[in-house]
Ligand binder design. Structure first.
Ligand code: SIN
Ligand code: CO
Length: 388
């Protein structure tokens, strides 16, 4: 399969055409992107997840204590007993980290960098339910999983767009409708960032949001400079050994600005450090406490693999790799490791693998660097033993 192969999940256009014409540019409605799609999660199971302490969930009631009331989970059985018949939505974040069949959806999006994917959120809505007209700063694929939902899309928004007075939810005060469709199970709607949208359940329905992440410019600057600062000794300062006699000692002259720009360029322009920071930042887990790891003896790990054990990526871990002038970088859940180039295929396997076992690891089990890496990833919690 090449990037020019027509993809059913994109409605018969290729990844190349999608990226050229739609990605980050304009919405795309894809009828029967996943024909016959059946939700691996039922509404009851979703509600069950929202009772759990460690699961991030919300309820939005259009006519609650106030219009568009937001409640945050965990909820209780009683919460559900007291909800009205209609006009509410339950949203559960990162279900892909909890249910492998949901995580499996990521395979349809392999034409995009995996480190851009944030999570799969699942919403269940009773008839009339929705979260109001709003916009997100992220790309999203909205897959209709069960029942029907009417999606209205509107204008392109930004931080100046007027919002309703609402402490919790960012609901647009003004929604200018441009298009409207009713999505059936298997249909999917791609929305680029900042397009106003408003989904209303026609009947009880479930929608999967495959959401993407992108750091804001402000985040890039603050986080990268914090990262850089750790490597800079206190004695490294603004210097003006080339100072000329001042015409007016109170004036900050252009030469001071030039020296300052030189100082910034010298550090901000370090591509290896920029890449290291970016890889670490983009692989930071959404829930770090779920990537705990633990102690394991090297001998025990390889003995277990020899006995048929299988290693898989911790569903809450994020992995990516890259190449620099002096070797390869593996990013695992916010940490980076510089590795020799001969480990390239192992890195690819680790990042892509759903399963690592004696057979596909064979070549690496005799390699000192390969073994060290596997032990490190298990200790760090990015890889773990699959349940039997
Ligand atoms: C929903 O699934 O109800 C909301 C998803 C969204 O609008 O981002
Ligand atoms: Co949205």
């Amino acid at each position: 399969m090449t990037s020019d192969t027509p993809l059913e999940v994109l409605g018969g256009i290729s990844a190349r055409v999608f990226l050229r014409d739609y990605w980050q540019k304009k919405p795309l409605l894809i009828r029967q992107a996943l024909p016959g799609f059946q939700s691996p999660v039922t509404a009851d199971e979703l509600a069950g997840l929202s009772l759990e302490e460690e699961v991030e969930s919300r309820l939005v009631l259009e006519h609650g204590d106030r219009p568009w009331e937001l409640r945050r989970g965990p909820f209780t059985e009683e919460t559900y007993g007291q909800l009205p018949e209609r006009d509410w939505t339950l949203l559960v974040q990162a279900v892909d980290q909890l249910i492998p069949e949901v995580a499996d959806l990521a395979r349809h999006f392999r034409f995009l960098p995996s480190w851009r994917i944030d999570d799969v959120m699942i919403s269940f809505a009773t008839p009339g339910g929705g979260v109001g007209p709003h916009f997100d700063n992220y790309d999203v694929f909205l897959l209709q999983a069960e029942g029907r939902r009417r999606w209205k899309i509107g204008q392109l928004c930004d931080s100046e767009s007027a919002l309703l007075e609402h402490g919790d939810l960012k609901i647009l005060a003004d929604f200018r409708q441009a298009d409207e469709w009713v999505l059936e199970p298997g249909d999917m709607l791609y929305l680029p960032p900042r397009v106003a949208h408003y989904g209303i359940a026609e009947d009880a329905c479930m929608t999967y949001s495959v959401g993407f992440r992108a750091p804001s410019a402000a985040e890039v600057l603050t986080h990268f400079t914090d990262f850089l600062a750790q490597f800079l000794p206190d004695e490294e300062r603004y210097g003006d050994a080339d100072l000329e006699p001042a015409k007016d000692p109170h004036q900050i002259q252009a030469d001071a600005l030039r020296r300052l720009k030189g100082l910034l360029d010298e550090h901000m322009g370090d591509e290896r450090l920029l890449l290291t920071w970016f890889g670490q930042f983009m692989t930071e887990p959404r829930y770090p406490e779920r990537v705990a790891g633990g102690e394991i003896e090297e001998g025990d790990l390889f003995e277990a693999l020899g006995d048929g054990a299988v290693l898989v990526r911790n569903p809450s871990a994020r992995l990516a790799w890259s190449e620099v002038d002096i070797g390869l970088l593996l990013f695992a859940s916010g940490q980076s490791t510089l590795l020799p180039v001969h480990l390239r295929e192992l890195l690819k396997l680790v990042c892509a693998a759903d399963a690592l076992h004696q057979d596909n690891l064979q070549a690496w089990l005799a390699d000192e660097d390969g073994r060290t890496l596997l032990v490190q990833l298990v200790k760090q919690g990015s890889l773990e033993f699959a349940d039997e």
